[in-house]
Write a protein that binds this ligand. Structure first.
Ligand SMILES: Nc1ncnc2c1ncn2[C@@H]1O[C@H](COP(=O)(O)OP(=O)(O)OP(=O)(O)O)[C@@H](O)[C@H]1O
Ligand SMILES: [Mg+2]
Length: 326
């Protein structure tokens, strides 16, 4: 019989989606059984482990490392690989936004059953909203909740660095989606999605946009594709119907700002002298990123200069300073 520690490790690794540890523990259990002379059971366990690995790899397109063929090695230049750890509950979200993200996660978690029924989970998302309102953070959260990596692709960089070759590079990225299940975030999407480009990159940008439209249309990978932009008005209308969901990220409401203050100061007990409702009202119009920054500044006041140097007035002042145009 497997030792209690091994059973615990098995359950823990399952809970944490730590596939490597799950298989390693299962193999240890099989080896233990072999040592105890239970060869038939050991063989059966090994077979089950192999089958489970194979099943997951083919169903999800999971590979353990980045593809390494010569052309694919260039991917390293185009994609920034991140293993995020933020969870959905860390975000303060309007109810409909929270629902949209949960729906994506729920469908993604049922990917195998959906694919068996010739259905795709929601996977092509367009995030629209002003700076600092959670687009990148949501991409990080989706990757983290699904226990897959996040790749960030800067399209403006792709076009300016690979003038004339950007379409080939884009194809490389879409190829990688089939082999390596991950969240692929096309940041600054307006740099190709726009209908109003100017200058000598215009032709190239149009071609890249058309290539993107074609690739996203025929994509049948198990990866998530997210495009994020601050400028929805300039986006080519042909783009919108290519996405499963178009998700808006507005500035936070006063109530959401208040909730974010509560979260930011959760570990750091503020004195009762701070009226977070009042501070939230003064912070109306700021982004989540701004709120995050002014909270950090206040915590620093405490830590660097002592409690008497941190005050509600000072925090409100930080908020007002962020509102002023430079
Ligand atoms: N909904 C949210 N809940 C809690 N914190 C948030 C939320 N949205 C953003 N933040 C905070 O703001 C920071 C910046 O957000 P993020 O990078 O996601 O903005 P963005 O929408 O991608 O902006 P940009 O358009 O400039 O790329 C995050 O790192 C996080 O600290
Ligand atoms: Mg961003």
């Amino acid at each position: 019989m497997a030792a209690a520690d091994q059973i615990k490790s098995l359950i823990k690794s399952f809970g944490e989606a730590d596939e490597a540890r799950f298989y390693a523990t299962a193999m240890q259990i099989a080896a233990g059984e072999a040592r105890s002379g239970h060869t038939a059971l050991a063989e059966e366990l090994k077979k089950l482990i192999d089958q489970a690995k194979l099943g997951r790899n083919t169903a999800l397109g999971v590979v353990k490392s980045l593809p390494v063929s010569a052309s694919q090695r260039e991917l390293g230049d185009l994609l920034e690989l991140i293993h995020p750890s933020e969870k959905l509950k860390e975000m303060v979200l309007a109810p409909n936004l929270s629902k949209s993200l949960k729906r994506v996660l729920d469908e993604q978690k049922k990917i195998e059953i959906l694919r068996k029924n010739n259905l795709f989970p929601r996977k092509k998302l367009l995030f629209i909203g002003p700076p600092g309102c959670g687009k990148t953070m949501s991409a990080r959260v989706l990757a983290s909740e699904l226990a897959i990596p996040l790749f960030i692709i800067r399209l403006d960089g792709l076009i300016s660095r690979y003038m004339g070759e950007s379409i080939a590079k884009l194809r490389l990225i879409f190829d990688s989606m089939k082999q390596f299940r991950a969240v692929y975030l096309f940041d600054e999407f307006d740099s190709i999605g726009t209908t109003r480009s100017q200058g000598n990159e215009v032709g190239e940008i149009k071609r890249v946009l058309n290539a993107f439209l074609m690739q996203i249309e025929k994509d049948s990978s198990n990866s998530l594709i997210i495009a994020a932009t601050n400028y929805p008005d300039s986006l080519d209308k042909a783009l919108f119907r290519r996405f499963d969901d178009i998700i808006q990220y507005p500035l936070p409401t006063v109530e959401e700002i208040y909730k974010l203050f509560k979260k930011e100061f959760f570990d750091f007990k503020l004195s009762k002298k701070f009226d977070l409702h009042r501070i939230a009202a003064h912070s109306d119009g700021l982004s989540y990123a701004d709120i995050h920054r002014i909270c950090a500044d206040t915590i620093k006041d405490f830590l660097v200069y002592g409690a008497e140097e941190a005050s509600e007035e000072k925090l409100i002042n930080y908020a007002l300073m962020r509102k002023q145009p430079y």
